[in-house]
Design a protein around this ligand. Sequence first.
Ligand SMILES: [Zn+2]
Length: 419
Amino acid sequence: MSTPELKQFGELDPEDFQRQAVWIGCHTADYDEPWYEDTDEETFRPYTGKLPADPSEGMLLVRAVIELNDGSQYLGFVTPGVGLGTQQPQIFVDDRRFGFWGGMAGVSEQAQQELYSALRKRPDAILPLRFRADSGLTTDEIEGQVEGFYKKSRDGIHVSFTPWRNLTDVPSAGAQWFQMSSRSHRGYPQPEKGFEYLKIVYEEPCLRCGIFERQKAPFRFKKASGSPAGFTQLTWVYDAFFAPPNVVEEIMSAGISGLSPGPAVFHPSGKECSDRVQLLIPTAISCVETSLLQTVTCQPANEEARAIRALFVKQPSSPRKSFSPELEEHFRKQRERLAAIPYCGRVKHHPPTSIALIPDHLKGAPDLFRSEEWFGSGGCAFRLIFALERFSNLVQERRWRGLEFHVAAQSGFSERQSS
Ligand SMILES: [Zn+2]
């Protein structure tokens, strides 16, 4: 069997479900297949078995009808199973996709508002909504009701929705800025083992917190993309975007400022990739309001280490397991190795779920720029990328895939809705 069409979860769009009613997760279903190496937990392919599909065959995504409270119907998809946490119904509105199950983090107020504005409906016209998988697709009947946006916590599942507020009423200093992110992440920067790429790609990377001085060399890829034309990102690297060379040329000839194409190369050959270039975004501006965001300082016993310790103190301690002398020796060496990694003292913030910018700092900003502030937790660190609406309009107009734009407020505070 030749390699099927592989799609990352975030890339699945309405057309995919129009032509193919059932998709199956490759990571569990294709373990013995030659393309398994190209997949991860997020990769799906068209389901080719006999219908109705049996949910025990793997992780299925099944085309569904979403009927809003006002009776209007939309295309969507669900996963067979019991409970909303498994079914996780998704609705397509134009080219965009929205979900209602937010897991521990919940669904941000901004995402809720964006659903309302995409539908051009108030919450009471939308919720409660019903969903129903197309009949004959799976052996289980799947239907249910969504009352709002769901969030899981230690004491159970909470349902709520925020009242409608007109985003265009927010006073703005003229232009509208968007935070730009990728719909999906595919592949790992090479060499991925031991995060070795950090030292190759960046000047003065910190192996503890992930912050670096600047990019000094191209990202290295494992293989040709073979993916549809559009924007992509690598896993772990949230502030570098890649696109086919002709797309970047079109962006530049449309007069968009603040970017230039940079090479991407294959590993280990070092040969330049012809199917993609990096969008280099050289302008960095200190522009994100961060006063309410949790800081993470790169130092021993930092904010995150203290939070984890506090969590453990509350739990009764269990007697420590003992291991073989060889294993104990191995752990001791590991601890020594980790303890030897230096701290850089730099500060990042937990990433906000709704972003506020400082408009005074943005005068004369190009169409694309990144924040000078760092975000992330643990060993992960990245800058936020912003685009003026001129760029998001161009992306929509040309129907380029792979990017998401979230409105960044120009007053108030950046906030993180935590679990
Ligand atoms: Zn550091």
